[in-house]
Write a protein that binds this ligand. Structure first.
Ligand code: EPZ
Length: 419
């Protein structure tokens, strides 16, 4: 197993390029199951999770051709297996995104339930309830969802209690081939969902309400293969912006979309960063002295929960008090204990954390617990006095493309080595 060793205290300078978004690549790769023919996807990030999705698709019989510039060709002409095994699903919850497409096109699917997760219970009841309303028969056997539909899924109106991201994506894909019209109320509005809708429409789907919380999908009999591009990763971009706030410096992020980060850019400006937004770049400068701000995570366009841990690390470096409310997941403070090991003063009370900034952190040995918690430890280590050893970085590799190399390009003292 690998670890990261980071010597802190070096400001970040220079330019890097942001990769394609993990949380767009996964649903767009799953959507290739909806049609025959060869799909082309550009700007696919090279991550542990996209490799897992490739393995899952291949286990169904999808043919894959990959080129080293992030272009992926996927062909779902010869699907022979309709089961998503526990061994694959347990390593990546987003595997549930194959349920809608398999059921819609092949009338049948057997998908392992994802099981527990470090950041919360994360049930998929909204996905299952909506598919049931669309006429699917669902049985839970041996930890698997067995889904079946006699003729076709039927369009209907579904309402999500919470605007679930993968829930919206699963039902969007299922409804694209359903009989009649489906309306999703209280749908999620993340940019990754717009990217999926763009792809579905390029395949011939009929969808209205893009960017709103009410999506209307008029089902069609068949979809065609198409060529699409994955949007830039706003969470990866946000992580580097928060990092330069922590270390000081001046960086340019290319191949990213500032309009996908409205709340973060606003918060970082209030915290004292100078931010310049271009069409496909963001420049950020900081003298390292950061003002304390309060954060409340919310569905898009609110502050992303996937940047909560990273901005908490930044708030430990201020000289004031910050309150951070996590409204999306019930257990997303696993990084707190590790930041406290680095000298931070953080008190957790239910879904709120009170951060008393001490203006500095100290390097030590810490452990990653989930993807974004590990990113917050990297931000903390880059600013800390001395050297930090971060173990279990396989979590990071799930969602960050070439993180150590990109940080080295920005002048960070970082090494990846065997434990
Ligand atoms: C997506 O997860 C992202 N993953 C997550 O990113 C992200 O944190 C999350 O959305 C919120 O933005 C992918 O896109 C692959 P939800 P998802 O369904 O879809 C509850 C990362 O770090 N809920 O929007 O699984 C759920 O428990 C990952 O990249 C139900 O109760 O999240 C949560 O409290 C982590 N029943 C809330 O809704 C359901 O059926 C929002 O979850 C579905 C969700």
């Amino acid at each position: 197993m690998d670890k990261l060793v980071i010597e802190g205290g070096f400001p970040l300078y220079g330019e890097i390029s942001i990769s394609g978004a993990k949380n767009a690549a996964l649903p767009l790769m799953a959507a290739t199951l909806l049609s025959s023919g060869t799909h082309t996807l550009h700007n696919v990030p090279d991550l542990r999770d996209t490799r897992t999705m490739n393995k899952l698709l291949e286990s169904f019989g999808v043919m894959r051709k990959e080129s080293d510039n992030g272009t992926l060709r996927l062909n779902a002409d010869n699907i022979k297996n309709l089961e998503a095994s526990y061994d694959l699903v347990k390593t990546m919850r987003a595997s549930v995104l194959v349920l809608g497409p398999l059921l819609a096109r092949f009338k049948k699917a057997r998908v392992s339930l994802p099981g527990g997760c470090a950041i919360g219970a994360r049930p998929i009841n909204f996905h299952l309830q909506a598919l049931k309303q669309m006429g699917a028969t669902l049985t839970l056997t041996d930890g698997y969802v067995e889904a079946e539909v006699t003729d076709r899924l039927i369009g209907t109106t579904v309402y999500f209690d919470i605007p679930s991201v993968t829930g919206t994506e699963n039902i969007l894909m299922a409804a694209s081939l359903a009989k009649g019209t489906t309306v999703i109320k209280n749908a999620a509005r993340e940019p990754e969902i717009e990217n999926l809708i763009q792809m579905l429409k390029s395949m011939g789907a009929k969808i209205e309400g893009v960017g709103t919380d009410k999506l209307t999908i008029h089902g069609v009999d068949q979809l065609q293969a198409a060529e699409n591009t994955i949007i830039p990763d706003r969470i990866e971009a946000g992580t580097y912006l928060i990092a330069v706030g922590a270390t000081g410096g001046n960086i340019t992020l290319n191949n990213c979309n500032p309009s996908h980060l409205p709340s973060l850019l606003d918060k970082l400006r209030v915290a004292g960063l100078e931010i310049e937004e271009g069409d496909n770049y963001i420049k950020a400068a900081s003298n390292g002295s950061i003002r304390n701000i309060d954060i409340k995570t919310l569905p898009y366009p609110g502050f992303p929960t996937d940047l909560q841990a990273q901005i908490m690390a930044l708030m430990t470096l201020t000289n004031g008090l910050s309150v951070i409310h996590e409204t999306i997941f019930e257990n997303r403070f696993m990084h707190v204990a590790e930041l406290v090991r680095m000298g931070a003063d953080i008190k957790v009370d239910g879904r709120s954390a009170i951060v008393k900034g001490r203006g500095e952190l100290n390097g030590t040995r810490v452990m990653a617990t989930d993807l974004r918690a590990s990113a917050s430890l990297v931000v903390a280590a880059l600013a800390a006095k001395g050297v930090t050893h971060i173990s279990r970085i396989y979590h990071l590799e799930r969602g960050y493309d070439n993180l150590a190399a990109k940080l080295t390009n920005l002048g960070a003292k970082i090494q990846q080595m065997k434990e």
